[in-house]
Design a protein around this ligand. Structure first.
Ligand code: BYC
Length: 336
């Protein structure tokens, strides 16, 4: 009969001596709050959870390029265009670090990619909303990247080494992204009344979906408990959401903008801001594929994948030729 240990690992009666030793090492590393590395033994559930979370995160970065790429050609100045292009390129980089981290767990990149293209794998709900105006670039930077930072800074300490290390670099770049969003909104909110209104509209549209990025409420989050026991997640979805709300309320005041929640108010007793219930039916519908842009986002991704086929073929052919040339050189060396 299988039993579960404190770290959520599986102490099965049928474990081989090697597996038992691996399990003991794993449990010790988790208890010491240290790191598991790719060659270490790990429970299947731990590996699966990480592949799921890390690859979904990678897919989010890649799909997340679309709403902003949509504004590169319409950015209001050369400087803004250059900054936005750099940001979108950073998202591609984040996707690559994360796919690489996921690959160290044994699932090849093309399989992960296939899971995205077939619609089997999820990506963040937030990227299924349209970016309607230039102010949305500000709201995405400030709120979406802000939420991403609040969620991802604790992931720098995730127990799986390659994931935690990838997150360190990602978080550094995300803080620049958030600053650029803040700056766009600050300029608009201190511009003409029409510009200020445009900034307010963008914040009104992105506030709720940004808060939903942290995932469902804790009592409706099937994965949190185990992920926290394994030191993958350090805080629950609701804890991080609260932390984010507490952070953005004074920032909104500094921007001269309001957050669209009549229930938002300081709670002296809790030492936190109270905030209203989010629309969880909308959240469920978006992650079920029925958000405003799900179909468009997936169509674009599939099209981009097909358009990139010649690059993959050329790279594979180049690698084949290099390997053949190397083999010829090695043979010549042996013969000499
Ligand atoms: N959207 O048990 P739960 C970025 C799913 S990229 C869609 O709480 P977990 C950025 C969840 O996957 C932002 N699905 O799950 C990029 C699970 O379904 P499955 C992405 C969501 O894993 C470009 C089910 O709901 N960030 O920041 O413990 C430009 C139950 O949830 C969402 C990351 O991926 C959602 N919002 O916690 C700018 C960070 N929320 O898989 C910015 C890493 C939940 O069981 N990921 N689901 O079928 C995490 O921290 C965690 O995976 C989550 C969810 C907090 C997201």
């Amino acid at each position: 009969m299988a039993a579960t240990n404190t770290a959520g690992g599986h102490l099965s009666a049928v474990q081989t001596p090697e597996e038992q030793a691996g399990q003991e090492y794993f449990d010790r590393v988790i208890a010491e709050d240290s790191r598991i590395e790719p060659r270490d033994w790990m429970p299947e559930g731990y590996r699966k959870t990480l592949v799921r979370q890390v690859s979904q995160h990678a897919h989010s970065e890649i799909i997340g390029m679309q709403p902003e790429a949509n504004w590169i050609t319409r950015a209001p100045s050369l400087k803004r265009k250059a900054i936005l292009m750099a940001k979108v390129q950073d998202e591609a980089g984040h996707g690559l670090y994360l796919y690489s981290a996921a690959e160290t767990l044994g699932t090849p990149r093309h399989v992960l990619n296939q899971q995205l293209l077939s619609g089997k794998a999820k990506y963040s709900s937030i990227f299924n909303y349209p970016a309607r105006t230039w102010a949305d670039m500000g709201a995405i930077g400030w709120l979406v990247d802000g939420a991403a930072i609040a969620n991802q800074v604790p992931l720098c300490r995730a127990s799986y080494g390659p994931y935690g290390r990838a997150m360190v670099r990602i978080c550094k770049e995300e803080s620049f992204h958030q600053r650029q969003g803040w700056e766009i909104l600050f300029e608009l909110s201190h511009g003409t009344p029409a510009q200020k209104q445009m900034a307010q509209d963008a914040v009104n549209r992105f506030y709720g979906p940004a808060l939903q990025m942290f995932g469902p409420p804790d009592d409706d989050s099937p994965n949190s408990r185990q992920s926290m026991a394994w030191n993958i997640k350090r805080f629950s979805n609701d804890e991080l959401r609260q932390r984010f709300v507490d952070m953005i309320v004074p920032q909104a005041e500094a921007l001269g903008l309001t957050l669209p929640d009549p229930d938002l108010k300081w709670n002296e007793e809790r030492g936190h801001y109270d905030f209203g219930e989010l629309d969880w039916n909308e959240f469920k519908s978006v992650i079920a594929g029925k958000g405003p842009c799900n179909v468009q986002r997936m169509q674009r991704r599939r099209q981009a994948h097909e358009n990139g086929a010649w690059v993959r073929e050329a790279a594979a052919e180049y690698a084949r030729k290099e390997a053949a040339a190397q083999q010829t050189a090695d043979t010549a060396l042996i013969g000499a």
